[in-house]
Write a protein that binds this ligand. Structure first.
Ligand code: 13P
Ligand code: SF4
Length: 358
């Protein structure tokens, strides 16, 4: 999988200015670009001096996404790059659990996330203690945690996955003969992946009769109750409304949306899958059911594509990451991701297994 490399290599202020105007024209007002050129230039100069690499998640706001990251992508792409980088400092322009994943893969490097407020409702939605209790309740079950968890939860897991390879990870476990798969913590991603694989799904809180109805040798995906506070807000009626107004639109949704939404859209996939689709598949127009910066970033990257910019939902956590804080992060070496060595040790294998399954 070739990651997207951005050319944040513009050496002078003027080169940075032209690069940003070229990439962002028609998407970001010129006045805003002008306000951010010097910041972006200062970040790129300092980054090179420090031998730092900047990883930018697909949800970063357009002016940041198109100016300072060396690599942009979804969670899986960025984790893979973090596993291979030879930079001394990794700056993760994404949310905190992403920085933790990079730290687990690079214990001796400095890993920075520009804001210490960039959480995630899924990562907050399960603890290591919750997982220990689930393992007691479902002895012998294999534990898969979504990458959107903290390292303490990953340390209690057998495998991690992202929305980009959840189907492949579950497929591998089925091939290995596992019949009880705890898929934590995103109830919707678990249910959507189970449906995709043709495997029944039960919430871990379901009553005993529901579990008894599934023979022990039949595969079963068992989920938890956490949800993405952004994607859970999309409704099937939103899909109907877009279809009414834009009958020829292709609608793409992230699998953190509810199964009812996923059943109605045309394409479900990770943020990388959305980027690939818009790049590769010709359609009259595209509507994205995900964090709204994605629509702007794709409109800027593929100006010949007609993106419906129905920007309704932003992830407040991703939104904490700004150019200003990225510069402050490099200047003050903040906010450093620190993890206990035993946690790193235990979280490493499930993350490495995730990266190996594509
Ligand atoms: P991706 O792995 O698809 O980039 O998703 C990350 C995320 O946080 C979605 O809300
Ligand atoms: Fe977490 Fe949802 Fe924000 Fe993604 S969009 S970082 S899953 S809260």
């Amino acid at each position: 999988m070739a990651p997207t490399v951005t050319s944040s290599r513009a050496a002078s202020l003027d080169e940075t200015r032209s690069m940003m105007h070229e990439r962002l024209k028609g998407v970001v007002p010129e006045i805003e670009i002008e306000a951010k050129v010097e910041l972006a230039h200062a970040i790129n100069v300092r980054k090179r001096k420090m031998n730092a690499v900047i990883l930018g998640h697909n949800y970063m706001e357009p002016a940041l996404y198109h100016s300072v990251p060396d690599y942009v992508g979804d969670s899986l792409q960025l984790a893979s790059i973090a596993a291979e980088t030879d930079a001394d400092v990794i700056v993760f322009c994404g949310v905190w659990f992403m920085g933790e994943t990079a730290k687990v893969l690079n214990p001796s490097k400095t890993v920075l996330v520009p804001s210490d407020k960039a959480g995630c409702s899924l990562a907050e939605g399960i603890t290591a203690e919750d997982i220990k209790r689930l393992k007691e309740r479902f002895p012998g079950a294999v534990v898969v945690t979504y990458v959107n968890t903290y390292a303490s939860a990953k340390a209690e897991s057998d495998y991690c996955c992202t929305s980009g390879n959840a189907d492949k990870v579950i497929g591998k476990l089925l091939e290995q003969g596992h019949t009880r798969i705890l898929f934590l913590p995103d109830a919707y991603l678990a249910a959507n992946t189970a449906a995709q694989m043709g495997v029944p799904y039960l919430d871990s809180e379901s009553d005993a009769a529901a579990f008894d109805a599934v023979a022990p040798d039949q595969p079963l995906v068992i989920g938890w109750r956490a949800k993405c506070e952004v994607h859970e807000l999309f409704t099937p009626e939103d899909v109907d409304n877009i279809r009414r107004q834009y009958p020829d639109a292709v609608i793409l949704a992230h699998p953190e949306c509810s199964p009812e939404v996923i059943a109605k859209v045309d394409v479900s996939g990770s943020t990388k899958a959305m980027v690939d689709y818009v790049r590769d598949v010709d359609a009259p127009c595209y509507a994205l059911f995900t964090e709204c910066a994605m629509g702007d970033n794709l409109a800027a990257e593929f100006p010949h594509r007609n993106m419906i910019r129905a920007c309704t939902l932003r992830c407040k956590h991703m939104n904490f990451i700004t150019l200003e804080d990225t510069l402050a992060g490099l200047e003050k070496l903040q906010y450093k991701v620190a993890l206990a060595p035993d946690l790193i040790e235990r979280a490493r294998l499930p993350i490495e297994r995730m990266i190996a399954i594509r």
